[in-house]
Design a protein around this ligand. Structure first.
Ligand code: SAM
Ligand code: SF4
Length: 331
């Protein structure tokens, strides 16, 4: 293991969390995330799984303690299990946690292997339990299949956190019942404000729900106590008293927590973004292919120098804050 120094950005924040977008492709088309007809990267433009692992291992050597595999839909990438197993070997040896965000469509087949590889927690997106609304939001998803995947993951031993993007006029009246369901099923719930990332076929402003008001309503219905759990990210947490269920709120539009940001993101193309809401980037794929692993350290140090202090999301702006979709950067 190298004794290269940990990654600290120019604002003094220690960077200990890497998200990897394993693929920009997906088998769903959630309306707030993607346009119906998306153009995906040609296969030749993306990192091989081996290159992804090499870059991730360099990050681990530089003090990254947590890696989340995401996308796109990570479980649609062929042979993704190879990457999971390889990175899983680092859990307990440099890495505290390897985790994943998935749409749940393929969890029945994959859950046991994720646990075997050392994964203990995953996030699964579920914006509604209503079959017709789920099909509408995802354009063609089957909610029964996703819920089956969630239960398969839980029963295989994974702690499951549900990600629910709050959408005005769609699922906003369902948030209380989703939290009650999570409590009854032994799941956690994180609510997310819709973010202006990438062009979609509708106007996100029409769907935006500020989560502060939602929290007030939930407090009237559930005994919520503040939870000190801190992922070093944008989420704030509560717990339902008397249960294990934790409620998280990711509200980047109405409550900015960038000052404690500890994360960077690697795209499937090998581009490192130091902020979800900015275009500052370093092309690690080219550096790896031209200079080899030896070139990565200087590139990571340079990236630390340019990590922005904060995002500048404005849901009412005419254009998205950045043109790339969440599925490209890795949500
Ligand atoms: N396909 C996987 C999934 O859906 O969980 C992983 C990738 S997805 C981009 C990661 C998370 O980002 C999901 O919870 C999704 O709901 C959320 N997301 C996607 N686009 C978003 C947006 N514009 N604003 C807020 N959240 C978004
Ligand atoms: Fe696919 Fe996830 Fe985006 Fe939905 S949110 S389209 S499942 S990448």
């Amino acid at each position: 293991m190298s004794c290269a120094p940990n990654l600290i950005d120019s604002h003094g924040r220690t960077i200990s969390y890497l998200r990897i977008s394993v693929t920009d492709r997906c088998d769903l088309r959630c309306r707030y995330c993607m346009a119906e007809h998306m153009t995906f990267l040609p296969k030749a433009a993306v990192l091989s799984l081996d290159e992804m692992a090499i870059i991730a291992e360099r990050f681990i050597a530089r003090g990254i303690r947590k890696i989340r595999l995401t996308g796109g839909e990570p479980l649609v990438r062929r042979d993704v299990g190879q990457l999971v197993r390889r990175l899983g070997h680092h859990v307990g040896h440099g890495l505290d946690e390897l985790t994943m965000t998935t749409n749940g469509n393929h969890l029945v087949e994959h859950s046991a292997a994720l646990v075997d590889a050392g994964m203990r927690r995953i996030n699964v997106s579920l914006d509604t339990r209503d079959p017709a609304l789920f099909r509408h939001i995802t354009r063609h998803g089957d909610v029964a299949r996703v819920i089956g995947g969630i239960f398969a993951a839980r029963d295989a031993g994974l702690r499951v956190k549900i990600n629910m993007v709050a959408l005005k006029g769609q699922n906003d009246r369902e948030i209380g019942s989703m939290l009650a369901w999570c409590r009854d099923e032994g799941l956690d719930l994180t609510l997310i404000e819709t973010m202006p990332l990438g062009a979609i076929d509708e106007d996100r402003t029409d769907r935006f729900v500020p989560l502060g008001a939602v929290l007030d309503e939930l407090k009237a219905e559930f005994p919520l106590v503040r939870d000190t759990h801190d992922s070093g990210g944008p989420a704030r947490y509560w717990r339902i008293d008397g249960s294990d269920t934790r409620l998280g709120l990711i509200s980047p539009l109405t409550a900015n927590f960038c000052s404690t940001c500890n994360r960077v993101r690697l795209t499937t193309e090998g581009i490192l973004y130091t902020c979800l809401g900015h275009d500052d980037q370093v092309d690690l794929k080219t550096i790896l292919r031209v200079q080899g692993v030896a070139g990565l350290d200087a590139a990571l140090d340079a990236a630390m120098g340019s990590k922005p202090l904060a995002h500048e999301f404005d849901i009412a702006a005419a254009a998205p804050a950045v043109s790339r979709h969440m599925s490209v950067t890795g949500g």
